[in-house]
Design a protein around this ligand. Structure first.
Ligand code: IDP
Ligand code: MG
Length: 149
């Protein structure tokens, strides 16, 4: 089943939105596999956002993600990547769909509250960057058959 890395970024943590984000993902039917509250190192930030190196917002992005703790999580489910990106909304809050997290809580792209992997391949890569295999819990959820076809 697809996996996706979700981060509640420092602004989401500071604003008390960890529970809100988890609640939306649980309500949707996605399944939690791992979670940790952590301070992101410069090294991890630079690896995670390596694709953006050289862009105008890169330095600010590294500063943002390392400025305060994040809640890092792995969520799984059918089409987990697309489902979570949809729940989070478009990168720019003013372009995100009403009802999405970035729409409902955000205004600026540089304070857009969450991260979610953008493809199944990047989901795998990001999950292994942020979590050890031993931290991923493969568990049976009683309602799985009522959510997963
Ligand atoms: P994503 O988080 O929706 O996948 P990306 O394009 O991968 O968006 O950008 C990574 C992160 O970099 C965004 O979530 C946002 O925090 C930040 N970012 C992207 N574009 C800008 C910008 O133009 N100004 C400031 N920050 C930006
Ligand atoms: Mg991205």
């Amino acid at each position: 089943m697809e996996k996706t890395l979700v981060l509640v970024k420092p602004d989401g943590v500071q604003r008390g939105l960890i529970g809100e984000v988890i609640s939306r993902l649980e309500r949707r039917g996605l399944k939690l596999q791992a979670a940790k509250f952590m301070q992101v190192s410069n090294e991890l930030a630079e690896t995670h956002y390596g694709i953006h190196k050289g862009k105008t917002f890169y330095e600010g992005l590294i500063q943002y993600i390392t400025s305060s703790p994040v809640m890092a999580m792995v969520w799984t489910g059918p089409n987990a990547v697309a489902a979570v990106r949809q729940t989070m909304g478009a990168t720019r809050p003013t372009e995100s769909a009403p009802g999405s997290v970035r729409h409902d809580f955000g205004l600026e792209v540089g304070r857009n509250l969450t991260h979610a992997s953008d493809s199944p391949e990047n989901g795998e890569t990001e999950v292994s960057l942020w979590f050890n295999d031993s931290e991923l819990i493969d568990w049976d959820r009683a309602v799985d058959n009522w959510i997963f076809e």
